[in-house]
Ligand binder design. Structure first.
Ligand SMILES: Nc1ncnc2c1ncn2[C@@H]1O[C@H](COP(=O)(O)OP(=O)(O)OP(=O)(O)O)[C@@H](O)[C@H]1O
Length: 207
């Protein structure tokens, strides 16, 4: 099982339930704005504690309200690409990548730095400051940074949102390469059953 999740969350006033049970290499979580998709990713990453339920990734239980288990975020092996990317503004692209590499446990990376830079086509960006990058470039660097931290799985929040059609299409194919060549379980969020769901083995909806 890549992702086995059944949790009730309460990020604000109202409870929300998220149920995902997937063996696919890519699972997609869809649902309208405000339904709780980002909150679900935050819970899987360990940044939001669910009210109840269980979260397991690749067979490892990360949260279980029944046994009061809540693995700390830094021990979950998560590569999380936030919707707004959140690059460190005071470090160049190379510095952002180096920071992630220092976080990786020795031998944890399933793919080399040079392969990640090649797959995400960011070799020409290494000297740039984050503020000078386009939206698509920023997303590519954010995904590279997540991969370099040696994650066991990848969470992508709306990776194609706010990109024009050409850039969205290019990033779509890069995610496809990550799926096929790196083989990490990927859970990605989309507000609609858009093109991105073509990447997925499984699609789950929050209502
Ligand atoms: N820290 C918080 N405090 C209070 N309410 C919150 C908090 N985080 C999220 N919420 C509320 O929880 C609900 C779900 O938010 P969330 O961002 O998870 O939805 P979403 O499905 O990802 O939406 P979108 O597609 O617009 O990003 C929203 O009503 C939001 O206002």
């Amino acid at each position: 099982m890549s992702f086995e999740i059944d949790v009730t969350l309460r990020p604000g006033e109202h409870p929300m339930r998220c149920v995902i049970s997937s063996t696919a290499s890519v699972a997609v979580l869809i649902g309208p704005s405000g339904v709780g998709k980002t909150s679900a990713l935050n819970a899987i990453a360990g940044l939001l504690r669910p009210e109840q339920g269980r979260i397991a990734v690749s067979g490892e239980t990360l949260f279980n309200s029944a046994t009061d288990l809540h693995v700390a975020p830094e021990r979950r092996g998560v590569g999380y690409v936030f919707q707004d990317a959140r690059l460190f503004p005071h470090r160049r692209v190379a510095g952002n990548l180096a920071f992630a590499e220092r976080l990786a446990e020795k031998g944890a990376s399933v793919i080399s730095r040079s392969d990640i830079i090649e797959i995400l086509e960011i070799g020409d960006l290494l000297n740039r400051w984050p503020a000078t990058l386009s939206g698509g470039e920023t997303k590519r660097v954010a995904i590279a940074r997540a991969l370099l931290s040696g994650p066991k799985y990848l969470l992508l929040d709306e990776p194609l949102a706010s990109l024009d059609a050409d850039r969205a299409n290019a990033l779509y194919h890069l995610i496809e390469r990550i799926r096929d060549e790196i083989g990490l379980p990927i859970l990605l969020v989309s507000h609609s059953a858009s093109d991105i769901t073509r990447l997925a083995g499984d699609v789950f909806a929050m209502k």
